[in-house]
Design a binder for this molecule. Structure first.
Ligand SMILES: [Fe+2]
Ligand SMILES: [Fe+2]
Length: 504
């Protein structure tokens, strides 16, 4: 039930109070009484008061002063004050306006007039307070929206943890937060087309997510077209939520009010705000959920595009292996080793992701090398070497200048450069070789040594580590950036793991 409006009547003449009481109580108002200013201020501080009827002439603190103090108090200033003056006292009215009074009634009091003014002022107060709520909600919404966007990472978007985040922002975390629900229930339709329920309640200084019941889903009404759903007592007890509310009681949840967003895939119920809920609360919830669903759909589209991008890169990389049947998943593994080394060297996550995909193209330039050369068993002549070395230049040319392929182009061009300057095609020295070139050099050689090739047998992991760190005359440790070589030795067991996992 909606509470009765509370009116504080302040007058030093008891018969005046009685008269007003006789007018107001039958109209459904609750009356508090005070016979002087001091008592009035005390009553107003200790009770919820919706309106004050204030006599001007009182001993000690007079009506003007009481009014001034009410209007000077941040928490009380929204309570309308009606001053009771004598009709002829024009000066009193001016003083009353200066003190901040909203309205005046004249003695002798006219019943119709007093009731009409009270009704109008209470209505105005209600509108003001819903306007204040609306402003608060807009501010909160902007905040929440900002947080959601700030943390939006399309490739690592996890819907459930996003929901956790949203609930943490809307749920009541302190008892004085009247604009937030105490309990939030969430149901998500999972991949198996079953509803998963979660109950969030701020307890023990953190938001808890509990596995909830599935059977309750059956009690819910079918989602309506209108997504703005809000209920207050006693309407909640009626259809369509009656059986849902009954079921909640079985879980010790007694809903007094509720705002809900319901759709087939996701429903959110914000329950028990510390005040009545309204359309603004429903709009806030709706808007937060909409933002999240939008980001989810954006994220899945971006993921799909990224998958297609990776697939295309892999296809192109595989094309370069067509003459080299034995290498199998060589390109995939080189990408994974590169990512591992880059991460170890504290490269930014975006670089780590990019190098994993783009290093697969390191030998794409071999598409321009005659297959007779690529399949040759005997040692190359000097002229053949010159041709073979050109795969780096061809690779860079095939990849071209698109910014998304910067790393791929650099790797194709520099993966045969050596730290000591003895590499090709430019004979770059130390840090003049781009980092991605230095990383991919070790990744490529580790894998090449592990693999059987036309011209050589396969080496086991231990032997390859030995060759990379101590040299075998052909491959020498000073070919590699010492910090990348160190990263390799720190992670060598992971290299072995990748080799074993992505083989054949
Ligand atoms: Fe190469
Ligand atoms: Fe390679």
């Amino acid at each position: 039930m909606k509470a009765k409006p509370v009116i504080l009547v302040v007058d030093d003449q008891p018969q005046n109070i009685e008269l007003l009481e006789a007018y107001l109580v039958p109209q459904g108002y609750e009356i508090l009484k005070a016979e002087d200013g001091e008592a009035a201020l005390k009553t107003i501080a200790e009770n919820t008061v919706d309106l004050v009827l204030l006599d001007v002439m009182m001993p000690k603190i007079d009506g003007f002063e009481v009014c001034r103090r009410i209007k000077g108090d941040e928490r009380l200033r929204n309570i309308p004050v009606v001053m009771i003056t004598v009709l002829s006292a024009k000066e009193d009215r001016i003083k009353g306006i200066e003190a901040g009074a909203e309205d005046f009634i004249s003695k002798p009091i006219d019943k119709g007039e007093v009731l009409a003014r009270i009704k109008m002022l209470l209505r105005q107060k209600e509108l003001t307070s819903s306007l204040t709520h609306a402003y608060d909600n807009i501010a909160r919404l902007t905040n929440i929206g900002e947080n959601i966007l700030k943390t939006f990472d399309p490739l690592n978007f996890d819907f459930k943890s996003k929901i956790d985040g949203i609930v943490a922002q809307i749920i009541r975390q302190k008892s004085d937060m009247t604009d937030q629900p105490q309990i939030v229930l969430v149901s998500i339709l999972n991949e198996k087309q079953k509803y998963e329920w979660y109950r969030y309640e701020f307890a023990l200084k953190r938001v808890e997510r509990l596995e909830f019941f599935d059977a309750i889903t059956l009690t819910l009404p079918k989602p309506t077209n209108s997504r703005l759903i809000f209920y207050n007592e006693p309407v909640m007890e009626e259809l369509p939520f009656q059986s849902f509310v009954e079921r909640l009681r079985g879980y010790n949840i007694v809903p007094r009010n509720m705002v809900a967003y319901m759709s087939k895939d996701l429903s959110i119920f914000a329950i028990n705000y510390a005040r009545e809920v309204n359309a603004y609360d429903a709009a806030v919830l709706n808007s937060i959920v909409m933002q999240t669903l939008f980001l989810q759909s954006l994220s899945s589209q971006i993921k799909e595009t990224e998958d297609a991008f990776e697939y295309t890169v892999l296809s192109l990389a595989r094309a370069s292996e067509v003459n080299d049947e034995d290498t199998g998943k060589h390109v995939v593994r080189v990408g994974l080793y590169c990512a591992l080394l880059a991460k170890r060297l504290n490269a930014p996550p975006a670089f780590v992701d990019a190098i994993r995909i783009q290093a697969m193209l390191h030998d794409v330039g071999t598409l321009h090398i005659p297959s007779s050369l690529l399949k040759k068993r005997d040692a190359f002549s000097a002229a053949e070497w010159l041709i073979m070395k050109q795969h780096t230049l061809f690779g860079a040319k095939i990849i071209g200048d698109h910014p998304r392929f910067n790393i791929a182009k650099t790797i194709a061009f520099t993966h045969h450069e050596r730290w000591d300057g003895t590499g090709y095609p430019q004979g770059l020295y130390k840090e003049n070789i781009p980092l991605e070139g230095r990383i991919s050099a070790i990744a490529d050689i580790y894998d090449a040594l592990r693999n059987p090739r036309i011209y050589k047998v396969a080496f086991d992991h231990k032997t390859v580590c030995e060759i990379l760190t101590n040299g075998d005359g052909r491959t020498m440790p000073n070919h590699f950036d010492p910090s990348v070589l160190k990263a390799f030795t720190d992670l060598s067991s992971k290299f072995e793991e990748i080799y074993e996992t992505y083989n054949g």
